[in-house]
Design a protein around this ligand. Sequence first.
Ligand SMILES: NC(=O)c1ccc[n+]([C@@H]2O[C@H](COP(=O)([O-])OP(=O)(O)OC[C@H]3O[C@@H](n4cnc5c(N)ncnc54)[C@H](OP(=O)(O)O)[C@@H]3O)[C@@H](O)[C@H]2O)c1
Length: 328
Amino acid sequence: MVLSLRVGLVGAGDAAGHHARALNALHADDTARWSGVCARDPARLDAFCDRHGAPPDALRSVDLDRFLDPAALDAVVLATPDGLHPAHVTLAAARGLHVLVEKPIAPDAATALALVDACRAAGVRLGAGYHLRHHAGHRSVRDNLRALIGPLRHVDVRWAWPDPARDGWRARGRDARWWALAALGTHALDLAQWFAGDGAPVVHGGWMRPASGIDEAAGMSASFGDEVTAHVWVSVEQRAAPRVLLAGLDGELEAVGTLGARGAGAITLRRGGGERLVVPFDGCDPYEAQLRAFVAAVREGRDPDASGDDGARNVALLEQWTHLARRT
Ligand SMILES: NC(=O)c1ccc[n+]([C@@H]2O[C@H](COP(=O)([O-])OP(=O)(O)OC[C@H]3O[C@@H](n4cnc5c(N)ncnc54)[C@H](OP(=O)(O)O)[C@@H]3O)[C@@H](O)[C@H]2O)c1
């Protein structure tokens, strides 16, 4: 009999809530065992566990060092602030635990690569939290891209969402390097790259607002090989319908409202002659799909999708984007 992977959750905030939903689903069908939650504040920890229905026997801990115990866990999901990822990934890997870490995996490219190396050296799998790869509509479109729109020529990702945490750790640059780029831009970049193919893009231009300090809005243009161009625009200042546009030689696909936590939205295919079709997809929870894929990868001894390498490449691109925008 294969024993369920014992998974601990670190963090009890917004992202952790989405991972808790996924952990509950996998716990219910024995794919994984939700074995514990760790955060700093005991009252918030208890409230989180109660609100999200953590199993009664799941450990509740306010001591990360003791929580990351290979006698109790096989893997951890790290949903802590960006700047804490390096220390937390390193500690988990040193304890022999597989890691699914939220994005961005580190605040700079050199550190991100060091995390990938540390996990490899420790023989554990590192996954990066790009749950939008697991949106059923995104997957279906990507699997059938050429048949739907012919050879891809352009990707455009637009995501603007007014982050209410105007005084949060990210807005203040505490345990964080970026705001709009880390909240939304990193996802947009990952998706553009995932749709365009696996090669790294050439970044041609980037801008940020305000001109210095913490970014609240940012745009970027890039190309993948000779054939595909990309534009990304993100903002935490205002609301605009989140949109992914994939333009090919034979048609275009527009996904509206798919850039969220719950697998929602609609995808439309438009081709010549006024043809207009709604692309069907099931509304499965992308966080649950992500965790299932992570557990499967660990079991099968391969890198998860997205991998630590994907996460590190993304951080390098965020850094390039920043340098172009800031001319540093
Ligand atoms: N995939 C997505 O779309 C998505 C969405 C949102 C966030 N995220 C990512 O998820 C991460 C967390 O963001 P968030 O918005 O969830 O932040 P958040 O709401 O502020 O939650 C952060 C959590 O980390 C805990 N924490 C901080 N330091 C800790 C430590 N040393 N040991 C244990 N726990 C610690 C905090 O504990 P206390 O509550 O006790 O202070 C808090 O529960 C970020 O990297 C962010 O980019 C991803």
